[in-house]
Design a protein around this ligand. Structure first.
Ligand SMILES: Nc1ncnc2c1ncn2[C@@H]1O[C@H](COP(=O)(O)OP(=O)(O)OP(=O)(O)O)[C@@H](O)[C@H]1O
Ligand SMILES: [Mg+2]
Length: 422
């Protein structure tokens, strides 16, 4: 029984050792060329910034580096259970490549990604390759010991620190091989973990950065809680003053109808008509209220159609272009919808424009929305108002708002939310 268990344990461990060696080998072979390539591309691209070309290429290259690092993070978690955190700053809004390039280069996480490339192609490569080497090297020692092969070269052949000259030293080489095999048996899984620990040491953000990130999240969470509490109060007030009040009046009307129906049918009929009117209005108000919470068209047809429906109700000619290959999460869709709604309301209220353009598209894990009008401009993000509300709403999802609105127009509100489409 006991030997069975230890046999099973040994088999399990052997499997683990083999797996670690193979995985290390795969990593070493696969990651090395990418690290070298991306490092060269990054250096080239940054060097070309003064010539202008780099401004365009750098964001692409850095995004590719990030993808490589993200891939390695995932493998670290899956193969060795080593979590490698990341703390990328949201990429600045607006398609301006200049802002993108320098925004990305200023991000400490992006810089760590780039620093990780040379580390990964040297120390990372070595630690990844070592398990396989440790596991294979003993077999050369064994081959020497049993005389399967003899070094043909003149002079001394070194196996490790053993100079192989004859049968005795060949046996010593075999012994050394056995020692190395025992070491491999113990060390190989740990070596692979060490590789990922190294990755983590270079890639993971330090405490200060995480603390700053927590501060931002705490703030946006508080904003989200605040605004949902305010939203609840608004709904409560709307229900109280609207539908609830109408239902009360309806109830009273119906009571009077009950009393009058025999004595004064004429008056009763008038009151019935009034009650019907009240019920229709209560229904309308409830519908509006529901639309303000989560418009049914948004839930059913998604962001693109909901924004189109919104545009149809505007008094200004509005063009909507949608390029979304799927649906974002419901909270993201809802935030985006209300952000667009506020931007459109602003354009109608303040801009004096006669045309509005809305563009929604999703690329590189980012939902980008622009609302542009050809009005008089002069929009400002002031605390407490609608635009600041958009900023807060988007902030909950690490999204950003940028408003460009020179005097004389046009006004363009750009919103970006990092998210995936289903
Ligand atoms: N599209 C626009 N064109 C011109 N001016 C704008 C536009 N959008 C906003 N503004 C100006 O920017 C100010 C701030 O807009 P914001 O939405 O933050 O507040 P508001 O619309 O005045 O109030 P609220 O949204 O809370 O009802 C507006 O008062 C307006 O003067
Ligand atoms: Mg507004």
């Amino acid at each position: 029984m006991n030997t069975n268990t230890s046999n099973g344990d040994a088999r399990e461990h052997a499997r683990e050792v083999l797996l670690a060696a193979v995985r290390g080998l795969v990593l070493a072979v696969a990651v090395l060329p990418f690290s070298v390539l991306f490092l060269v591309l990054t250096l080239l691209s940054v060097a070309l910034i003064p010539l202008g070309v780099g401004i365009v290429t750098t964001p692409w290259v850095l995004t590719a580096v990030r993808a490589l690092a993200d891939n390695h993070r995932e493998i670290a978690a899956r193969w060795a259970g080593v979590p490698v955190e990341s703390a990328y700053r949201p990429v600045p809004a607006g398609a301006n490549p200049w802002t993108r390039t320098f925004g990305m280069l200023r991000d400490p996480q992006v810089r760590r990604d780039v620093l990780w490339l040379p580390v990964n192609m040297t120390a990372g490569f070595t630690t990844a390759l070592l398990p396989a080497v440790l596991l294979l090297y003993p077999f050369e020692g064994f081959a020497l010991a049993v005389g399967l092969w003899r070094p043909m070269a003149d002079g001394t052949y070194w196996y490790g620190f053993v100079p192989v000259r004859g049968q005795a030293t060949a046996l010593a080489a075999g012994a050394l091989g056995a020692v190395v095999l025992v070491a491999a048996w113990r060390l190989v899984p740990r070596l692979l973990t060490a590789h990922f620990r190294l990755t983590r040491a270079v890639l993971a953000p330090d405490q200060d950065e995480l603390a700053a990130r927590v501060r931002v999240l705490t703030e946006t969470r508080r904003d989200a809680v605040d605004s949902s509490a305010a939203e609840l109060r608004r709904i409560e007030r709307d229900l109280h003053d609207g539908a609830q009040a109408r239902l009360v009046v309806m109830g009273m009307d119906l009571g009077t109808v009950e009393a009058l129906i025999d004595t004064d049918p004429e008056q009763a009929r008038r009151l019935l008509a009034q009650a019907r009117q009240n019920s229709a209005e209560a229904l309308g108000e409830l519908r509006d209220l529901v639309r303000g919470i989560h418009p049914p068209v948004l839930a059913e047809r998604g962001l693109g159609d909901a924004v189109r429906a919104l545009a149809l109700r505007l008094p200004i000619a509005t063009e909507v272009a949608v390029d979304l290959a799927g649906r974002a999460d419901a909270p993201v869709e809802s935030a985006a919808y209300f952000a667009v709604s506020e931007a459109l309301t602003n354009a109608v209220k303040h801009s004096g424009a006669d045309r509005i353009w809305v563009d929604l598209h999703h690329a590189d894990g980012m939902l980008r929305i622009t609302v542009t009008d050809n009005g008089r401009g002069g929009a400002v993000v002031a605390p407490g108002s609608g635009l600041a509300g958009i900023e807060r709403r988007l902030g909950t999802f690490d999204g950003v708002l940028a408003v460009s609105s020179p005097a004389g127009g046009p006004t363009m509100a750009t919103m970006e939310i990092p998210c995936a489409l289903s």
